[in-house]
Design a protein around this ligand. Structure first.
Ligand code: UT7
Length: 336
């Protein structure tokens, strides 16, 4: 068995900053409600004509991660791309990035696990490295939410939360058995699948049908639906469980955590977890205030920033934890 470690990290967010006040000009919302309920002050949105797409942002983050890993794009053996907002229904964003990076014919996998997507993708990469099949795996999480949200008052409980951006990591084979990705823990519970979902267009529900069923444009199934309070309750429970599961699997305790990077779903969720685990402000990284919830991109963006700010250092125990649509939830325990 081999060990895998993160050798390089990168992030990209579009330049266009959208504040809560900006949103209050186009729908019935306000800075006070958004800040109080979510902690979000601003987020980034792709601007028409800026050239960004989910795959393009992923490629930009990936280039930085590859450079920082000190490898060439030709050393990449596999791309794992996590997103819920791909450029196309098919093909996936992974093959688009492979082409954009001008990598010859490496395999590319797209992962559809929403907010847990990056940790799932990291776990897939880790297994391929641990078995010896691949040496360098490029893992990307990227989202273009602004392209598919309802920016009217009807959609406000969802659209104020989500933002665009991408993060990437290069996972590489390592000789140090006690360093790198110590373990990953993945879960799903499909019975709650529709509590946070986007129903169409789908193969069961194609565009002309949707328009025919909704001539007035109300109850539109091609915008995301979220049962916010139900998702919130499940999130705080599952986050706690999956963090504990990861620690226990490695004979570790909460006091061993140097940095917890939770999926940036809602600042209130992160604060709840922080309080429950009695972690200090220095032990939990949050940037949802600046980017909103970027789903599969949120953990790699946060991890990259924490590393850039010197908050993730050699020998640190870093815990990644995520919860989201599916429901899916996951954690990764990393010795840096
Ligand atoms: O990343 C995937 C995982 N996602 C999550 O973990 C999200 C979990 N859920 C949440 O974060 C919260 O449930 C939300 C932030 C989405 C919503 O907060 P909430 O405290 O659960 O609010 P609510 O949906 O119960 O709505 C409360 C009120 C409603 O008005 P009434 O019925 O009380 O008059 C809403 O219509 O707030 C209203 N409201 C808004 N008001 C101003 C909903 N959205 C907005 C808005 N601005 N943007």
């Amino acid at each position: 068995m081999y060990q895998s470690k993160i050798a390089g990290l990168g992030k990209y967010v579009p330049e266009n900053v959208v504040t809560n006040d900006d949103l209050s000009k186009i729908m019935d919302t306000n800075d006070e409600w958004i800040t109080e309920r979510t902690g979000i002050k601003e987020r980034r949105h792709i601007k028409k004509g800026d050239g960004n797409t989910t795959a393009v942002m992923g490629m930009k983050a990936a280039k930085i991660a590859i450079e920082r890993a000190g490898i060439s794009k030709d050393d990449i053996d596999l791309i794992v791309f996590a997103t819920l907002s791909p450029d196309y229904y098919f093909p996936g964003c992974g093959v688009q990035v492979q082409e954009m990076l001008d990598i010859d014919t490496c395999p590319a996998i797209d992962v559809r696990n929403q907010c847990s997507g990056f940790v799932y993708a990291l776990s897939i990469a880790d297994q391929f490295i641990k078995t010896g099949m691949y040496k360098n795996v490029l893992v990307i999480g990227s989202e273009n939410h602004s392209g598919g949200l309802d920016f009217t008052t009807r959609g406000r409980s969802v659209s104020v939360i989500f933002g665009d951006g991408a993060g990437a990591a290069v996972l590489t084979r390592s000789d140090h058995v006690s360093q790198g990705i110590l373990s990953t823990h993945l879960h799903s519970e499909g019975k709650h699948a529709m509590e946070l979902s986007l129903k169409g267009p789908s193969t069961m529900h194609w565009v002309p049908e949707i328009i025919k069923e909704n001539p007035q444009g109300d109850d539109i199934p091609y915008y995301p639906y979220m049962n916010g309070q139900f998702v919130f309750k499940n999130a705080v429970q599952r986050f706690s469980e999956v963090i504990n599961e990861g620690l226990e699997a490695n004979g570790l305790e909460v006091k061993d955590i140097d940095m917890l990077i939770p999926h940036q779903a809602n600042l209130r969720i992160s604060q709840f977890i922080q309080k429950k685990f009695r972690l200090s402000d220095d032990q939990v990284y949050n940037n949802i205030q600046r980017y909103g919830n970027t789903t599969a991109a949120s953990i790699p963006i946060a991890l990259t920033e924490a590393w850039e700010e010197g908050k993730v250092k050699e020998e640190d125990l870093v815990v990644l934890a995520a919860f989201g649509s599916g429901f899916t939830w996951a954690s990764a325990i990393i010795k840096w």
